[in-house]
Design a protein around this ligand. Sequence first.
Ligand SMILES: [Zn+2]
Length: 375
Amino acid sequence: MHAFRVGRILTMDAQQPEIRDGGILVCEGRIAAIGPWRDVAGDGQPHDLGPGTLVPGVINAHTHLGLSHLAGRIPRGLGFPCWADRLFSILLQEKGTLQAAESTLRAMRGSGTCFVADVVAGDQSIASRALEAQGMAGLLFQEFAGQGRKGGAYPKAGACPAVRSGSCSAGVHALYSTSAVLAQAVKRWCVARGRPFTLHLAEVPGENELFLSGSGPLSDFLRARRILPKDFSVPQLSAVAFAQELGLLDAGTLAVHCVQVAEPDVEILVRSGASVCLCPRSNEWIGVGRAPAHNLHAAGIPLCLGTDSPASNADMDLWGEVRAARSLIPSISLAGLLAMVTRNPARALGIDRDYGSLEAGKKAVWATLPADLED
Ligand SMILES: [Zn+2]
């Protein structure tokens, strides 16, 4: 048993949200007791963590570890088509490396990230080995795109190796790059197993125009590069409405980005129960616009935050995303901000038995709140 003492704890547990002069007793990696120091003291050797504020270990809800070797390779502000072309041309020449993925994870861990939800487009071994080597917990979403086979069961048996302290699931890249049949099959696979499903949704300018009319600059870009699925037919719906029509949105879905969303789309998202992962610094880096984070938050949608990959962000420090979210939602409380990197992603990813708050029984993983975010 180890006893820790700290100036203040923001637990994200509704029973005792804030503890001054806090104490935490830890036994075999889990919290045995948490409360005021005077109540929990008495057992074990005390470790003094100082006067700062402790929060639950933060959860990065959207990364691509396999793109770690692209750090610093694609300049900011190119716009989506040029950014994507640069990405494709580098990926044709160079594959991701274990060393780059480990270096990304090391930086994440150093800034208090305890859990990573990573999207894996091909071979899972880099992400899973990097997590193992860095002693980090994670969930790998095997990503599908392109054409589906009718009646195909996705992913194939054995496609999801177990990941240290986490698990695996599946998702699709985006509705402009994945056939509707395949997207529905992958979603059904997740639902049947009670696992979370993810997709990039309404990220790119022109996505709504593509789904509403079948034309526009994004349509031209995708058709020229044969990215648009062969069986694509114009649904005459917005991106979010199309996802809803296909049965992809429910409480088990983590919709990533949601930049190009109007008020009716917000309504659809609220009713569906889906969680939304915002990646504000990635959106800014690529130049796709800003998510209406204030409206999404005000509507009560469970929001999460992700750094996305080093191909579209200056660093993998999730606190940078928290600061960006605060500037998008200036009226948000500190507890509201923290929920986006603790409680909300823990629920969305199905890991709230272990993560998301500091309370007895959960894993003893925490982060120090950066001083500039103190309220
Ligand atoms: Zn992404």
